[in-house]
Design a protein around this ligand. Structure first.
Ligand SMILES: [Zn+2]
Length: 273
């Protein structure tokens, strides 16, 4: 009989916890490792809707990208947001595990899946791990030469639909081939993307000043790297299906991916007049 502990061990081997950032809190947050496991659900975010979906599906383990409790908490009362999720999961007999920055860094994780979906080849870490240079933060690779506008379309079609969509900065007709990506909030990796001499840098949550400063600095180098800004949740969703399929094969469990879109933005009005 497969147990939750077996799933934890399988995930720890695939996404080694040592690869997680110091501030991160990956691993089992709710649940008893000794409990039997027949059904697993994967999702980006442990929202209450996702927890309820997992329980309704009969999952005994919910694997999410983002941890439920990233900062210290002093209460999991059901009247708190995180506590409501904890209560839903425990009462529904469902454990919760996060594979977060360890899944970003490891092979077959968040960034490898995003790179593959964008058609990137010759892919390597943008910032290699000091111990194992085959893993690390972000990815850099090559795509078939195309315009920035065309590649932004590739990015938009590769990701699940979100209200915010995909925006880009730079010459729509400029050619891109060398690409850097960082799934999630990767704006702080702009310097690494510049050092890697990429044509375009794809990430989420890029704020005004880092983006504006990067574009102004790029003018002095002929305009690159261009920027493509996407939904944070969408950019971190593409590794879930393959991980679920592989876990199902390895452990003989049923593993599915949540059908819910957890991007917090739900509406979009184009600001054209
Ligand atoms: Zn994230």
């Amino acid at each position: 009989m497969t147990s939750i502990a077996d799933a934890v061990a399988w995930l720890d081997e695939r996404f080694p916890p040592r690869l997680a950032e110091d501030w991160d809190t990956p691993g089992l947050a709710v649940g008893d490792p000794a409990r039997p496991l027949t059904r697993v659900m994967f999702a980006v975010d442990p929202t209450l809707d996702v927890a309820q979906e997992a329980v309704a599906a009969g999952a005994q383990l919910l694997v999410t990208h983002h941890p439920l409790m990233l900062r210290s908490v002093t209460s999991v009362a059901a009247t708190t947001a995180a506590g409501a999720v904890v209560h839903t999961l425990i009462e529904g007999g469902c454990a919760l595990l996060a594979a977060h920055t360890n899944a970003d860094a490891a092979r077959t994780g968040t960034n490898d899946a995003l790179a593959a979906a964008l058609g990137m080849t010759s892919t390597a870490p943008l910032v290699p791990d000091v111990v194992d240079p085959n893993v690390g933060s972000g990815r850099v690779g090559i795509v078939t030469p195309q315009t920035l506008a065309e590649f932004a379309g590739v990015v938009a079609r590769a990701l699940p639909p979100t209200a915010g969509g995909v925006v880009y900065a730079g010459d729509a007709d400029g050619e891109v081939s060398r690409v850097a990506i960082v799934g999630g909030s990767g704006g702080s990796y702009i310097d690494a993307a510049v050092a890697a001499r990429v044509d375009v840098f794809v990430t989420a949550d890029m704020r005004h000043h880092p983006a504006s400063d990067a574009r102004e600095a790029a003018r002095l180098r002929g305009g690159k790297p261009y920027l493509i800004n996407v939904s944070h949740a969408a950019s971190e969703s593409l590794w879930l299906a393959a991980t679920a399929a592989d876990m199902a094969d390895a452990l003989g469990v049923t593993a599915t991916v949540s059908t819910l879109n957890t991007d917090p933005w739900t509406g979009h009005v184009p600001s054209t007049h």
